[in-house]
Design a protein around this ligand. Structure first.
Ligand SMILES: Nc1nc2c(c(=O)[nH]1)N[C@H]1C(S)=C(S)[C@@H](COP(=O)(O)OP(=O)(O)OC[C@H]3O[C@@H](n4cnc5c(=O)[nH]c(N)nc54)[C@H](O)[C@@H]3O)O[C@H]1N2
Ligand SMILES: Nc1nc2c(c(=O)[nH]1)N[C@H]1C(S)=C(S)[C@@H](COP(=O)(O)OP(=O)(O)OC[C@H]3O[C@@H](n4cnc5c(=O)[nH]c(N)nc54)[C@H](O)[C@@H]3O)O[C@H]1N2
Ligand code: SF4
Ligand SMILES: [Mo]
Length: 826
């Protein structure tokens, strides 16, 4: 790869000098330069003189690493890796080692501030906490009186996976404040397509095994993930298994650091994974490698589809529906009307659970109704992708398709790691369904070495915590809090602001509270995001540092850094531990832990009675469940041992016995189409019920759009940033000072571009100008750039202006990689 260190402004000496650069003032208007003595920030000082605290690094990189926080004279001087109870999980990265640069960086927000210039200008004035909170309360009380509490929208990002001050929706204290206030809630619509698509096959169950189980796989397949950058811990487990003889396959359009470690690299054309999986299913069926017994017993292949696309159900055969368990939301009992299958031996249709041998093909008309089995439907679709067709669509050879099928058939157990490679496209959920079927129908899930999915650990935190008590408090008279009012998807905000309606109901939004997020940079369509900010009357942003989003706020609140408060690493991580965060130092300047800010907001709003809880009480309540007790995760133990395992001892192996689908089996067809967001667009249900695949909307090579915008733009995640976090860390800037776009050398030659040239990327949506680097790992017509930079970092324009905010017709997912651009040298 031709990308050179110089092009990125890197030299070893300048990196080491970064420590001194930290002390350079360079403050933004409204921010105050660090107040600390630079001599105290000495990363070379001996460890023995430091006081050691327990810490956890917990941005949205998935790591959740365990840290020693070294404190001297009331200041954090360095961080280092801390030993996990299971040393296999001892890891840390450059970011975990450079927290000092983030904590004491010149960009840290130290005081509450109010905006005095135009939105986005960055002109702020320091105010007191009293003034900030009084202003917020006055505005919010006014909106509440006029429009109800739903006029205030809480917007949550992914900045901090901790239970008290972090971004743990549905289990963290953030959810408590949303429920107490009864306000509107907006989600970050990210990373949704694979979960949405795969749940059509699985009903949403977790099929990922613990990372320590990788060694039991005969083959590991990384299908759309770049763990050397984005899941560094996972990569260790992949490579350790490889050293033990496990074969590593990487399916990725780019020859990058992960692909370079593969035994077999499959250079798929971007956005075509679904076609590849359909081709593999074709080979599996053609060779009889998926046996009828599996199809009959483990899948819904025997179900009968009528001509209108819905299942034939027992009520249509004269069997009265029965009452099922009550719906957890409405409390109403569910109606159970089982789908029918054809029992060949009995020569009649029966409920699916009543026969072990439903017919897979050739079912006669039933009561004059013409039917087709799910098997016939799926097989018919898969037949459109014989290996030659799949290979042509995917830019591969027939041998690639056949070899992959052979591996799943006979080189198991296979572990398939899936992250965002196929996720950030508008066709992501169409791809995920057949990709999951390849693994499930070959028995490669639910046993040692056999698994599929993303290796993040979160289920016990989501499912078995006492979030009902922690997040939905009652007042002293037993009256419950209001509860979260609604869920708004990012793509709907402007619509709601314009029409005053959500789902046909009146909804006026006047204010937003942004927590743990930098949406002006991280959401698609920069103009759209700044546009909805502008339409809001009053925006409050709480953050550690002065982000681009803060600059669009009316009030900025200074959040304390992770190490300046007690907390608990919670929800997502790539290790199975809850980790204790000690309070290591006092919050810098006037910053406060968000948990305390939430309490102050509730109090000022006259809802203080619902926030009558200390940090420890909150955590004790959250962990007050049979599950947490059974695995020994208590606050007391966490305080003394700092790390507690979330599963019983031994590798956690997911179960693939009962699926979350209507039949409890693997599903190849659904008759009810769920739409994950509201849109005025008509949904074509016929393409959502069964297997379906199409090329990405903008990045697809066959799309007319590509004639004007010939380059597919891939947004990579950065090794040195976690999304936009660490962007202001001077150590990191010394190493990666500015955004760059990588081009294939032949494309660059054709465009007359050499390393370091300034280029413009543009499309219908917007443009950005930055420097070019040459990288032979990229295929022709695909360029790649990290999107974790803020407006002032680009030579001109904004990266976030390039991706469209349009969602697929049913899936609420930001398609960061479904982007095409034209490129010109400036
Ligand atoms: N250091 C760091 N780590 C992070 C993050 C970060 O910002 N910084 N962010 C975290 C978060 S929230 C996320 S969502 C993850 C994302 O982590 P990843 O899943 O690794 O996501 P990407 O980096 O978007 O892309 C993964 C791989 O997919 C490939 N790819 C692109 N298009 C396709 C395709 O169509 N098919 C296939 N098969 N492959 C394709 C890319 O070349 C890349 O190698 O990273 C997490 N980890
Ligand atoms: N073009 C493009 N855009 C993308 C992506 C892409 O691949 N391409 N990836 C997307 C993905 S996968 C994701 S998950 C999103 C992530 O989107 P975001 O969650 O918006 O991303 P972050 O940059 O991590 O923003 C987190 C903010 O929280 C702040 N923060 C950290 N800790 C705390 C705390 O304790 N309290 C408070 N109040 N604030 C805190 C940080 O300083 C930071 O400003 O980005 C998405 N954006
Ligand atoms: S940034 Fe992620 S991988 Fe790096 S130390 Fe922090 S949690 Fe670990
Ligand atoms: Mo993400």
């Amino acid at each position: 790869m031709a990308e050179t260190a110089q092009a990125r402004g890197f030299s070893r000496r300048s990196f080491i000098k970064g420590a001194a650069a930290l002390t350079a003032a360079g403050a933004l208007a409204g921010c105050t330069p660090k107040t600390n003595d630079k001599d105290k920030v000495d990363p070379e000082a001996p460890v023995s003189s430091d006081e050691l605290f327990s810490g956890t690094c917990r941005g949205n990189c998935g790591g959740g690493c365990f840290l020693n926080v070294h404190v001297r004279d009331g200041q954090v001087v360095r961080t280092s890796a801390r030993d996990m109870p299971d040393p296999q999980y001892n890891r840390i990265c450059t970011k975990g080692l450079t927290h000092v640069g983030r904590m004491y960086g010149a960009n840290r927000v130290l005081y509450p501030m109010k905006r005095v210039g135009a939105r986005g200008s960055g002109d702020f004035e320091r105010i007191s906490w009293d003034e900030a909170l009084d202003t917020i309360a006055e505005k919010w009380k006014g909106y509440t009186e006029q429009y109800g509490p739903t006029a205030i929208m809480f917007f949550l990002g992914s900045g901090n996976y901790a239970a008290l001050s972090g971004s743990c929706n549905s289990v963290g204290a953030y959810q408590r404040v949303v429920n107490v206030m009864g306000c509107s809630y907006c989600s970050l619509d990210v990373d949704a397509a694979v979960g949405f698509g795969s749940s059509r096959a699985t009903g949403g169950i977790d099929l990922a095994n613990e990372l320590t189980d990788r060694k039991n796989a005969k083959t590991q397949i990384i299908w759309g993930n770049n763990p050397t950058i984005s899941l560094m811990h996972t990569m260790h487990f992949f490579l350790e298994a490889k050293e033990n003889g496990t074969r590593l396959v990487v399916i990725d359009p780019v020859y990058n650091a992960s692909a370079s470690k593969a035994d077999w690299w499959v250079p798929i054309k971007a956005g075509t994974d679904g076609a590849l999986a359909l081709g593999v299913l074709n080979v599996l069926l053609e060779n009889g490698w998926i046996d009828d017994e599996t199809l009959r017993a483990k899948t819904n292949c025997g179900l009968l589809i009528k001509e209108d696309g819905t299942f034939l159900r027992m009520s249509e055969l004269g069997v009265e529906p029965t009452e099922g368990d009550p719906d957890p939301l409405t409390g109403k009992p569910a109606v159970v009307d089982p789908p029918a299958v054809w029992d060949e031996a009995a020569g009649k249709a029966v409920a699916f659970s009543e026969t072990a041998a439903p017919a897979l093909t050739g079912v006669p008309d039933i009561n004059g109704v013409k039917v087709q089995t799910v098997y016939e439907n799926a097989k018919g679709y898969i037949a459109q992708y014989p290996p030659a067709v799949a290979a042509a669509v995917c830019g591969l050879t027939e041998d690639h398709v056949r070899e992959l099928a052979r591996i799943y058939h006979e080189d198991g157990p296979v572990t398939t790691e899936i992250m965002m490679g196929m996720n950030h496209y508008r066709n992501g959920h169409y791809s995920a369904w057949p990709v999951y079927l390849v693994s499930l129908l070959t028995g490669n899930a639910g046993k040692p070495g056999a698994a599929i999915g993303q290796s993040e650990e979160y289920l016990p935190q989501m499912l078995y915590s006492n979030s009902a008590a922690a997040c939905s408090p009652k007042d002293s008279s037993g009256k419950p809090c209001r509860g979260q009012a609604n869920l708004i998807h990012t793509v709907q905000i402007a619509d709601v602001l314009e029409t005053g309606k959500l789902l046909g109901e009146d909804l006026t939004i006047k204010s937003a509270y942004i927590h743990c997020s930098n949406p002006v940079v991280t959401m698609c369509d920069h103009d759209y995001t700044t546009g909805w900010f502008d339409k809001l009357e009053f925006v409050v942003v709480a953050d550690l540092c002065m982000t681009e989003t803060c600059k669009h706020a009316d009030i900025v609140l200074p959040s304390a850094h992770w190490f300046e408060q007690v907390d608990l690493g919670f929800l997502f991580s790539t290790h199975p531990y809850l980790l204790w965060q000690d309070k290591c130092v006092e919050p810098l300047g006037e910053s406060k832990p968000d948990f305390q800010i939430f309490g102050l907001l509730c109090e000022k709003m006259g809802l203080g009675e619902f926030w009558n809880i200390t940090e420890e009480e909150y955590l004790e309540t959250l962990l007050d469940s049979e599950y947490w007790k059974s695995v020994g995760c208590t606050v007391e133990k966490l305080k003394s041992e700092k790390a507690t395992r979330i599963y019983p001892e031994g590798d956690k192996i997911a179960s693939a016995e009962v699926f979350g689908t209507e039949t409890g089996r693997i599903s190849l067809y659904q008759d009810t189409v769920k739409r994950a967001y509201v849109s005025s667009k008509e949904v074509d249900e016929s393409i959502e019920r069964g297997l379906h695949w199409e090329t990405p909307t903008f990045a697809g090579e066959d799309r007319a759009y590509r004639e004007t915008y010939p380059f597919h733009l891939l947004s990579e995640h950065m090794r040195t940033h976690t999304h936009t976090q660490w962007w202001d860390c001077e150590y990191v800037k010394e190493y990666e000072p500015e955004p760059i776009v990588r081009l294939n050398p032949d494309d660059a030659a054709e465009l007359g571009i050499v390393e370091g040239d300034v280029v413009k990327l543009s499309n219908d949506q917007g443009f950005v100008v930055m420097k070019a680097a040459i990288n032979a790992g990229l295929p022709r017509r695909m360029v790649s750039s990290a999107r974790s930079w803020q407006i002032g970092d680009f030579i001109d324009g904004h990266y976030a202006s390039l991706p469209s905010r349009e969602y697929n017709q049913v899936c609420a997912n930001q398609a960061f990689n479904d982007v095409a651009v034209a490129i010109e040298k400036m």
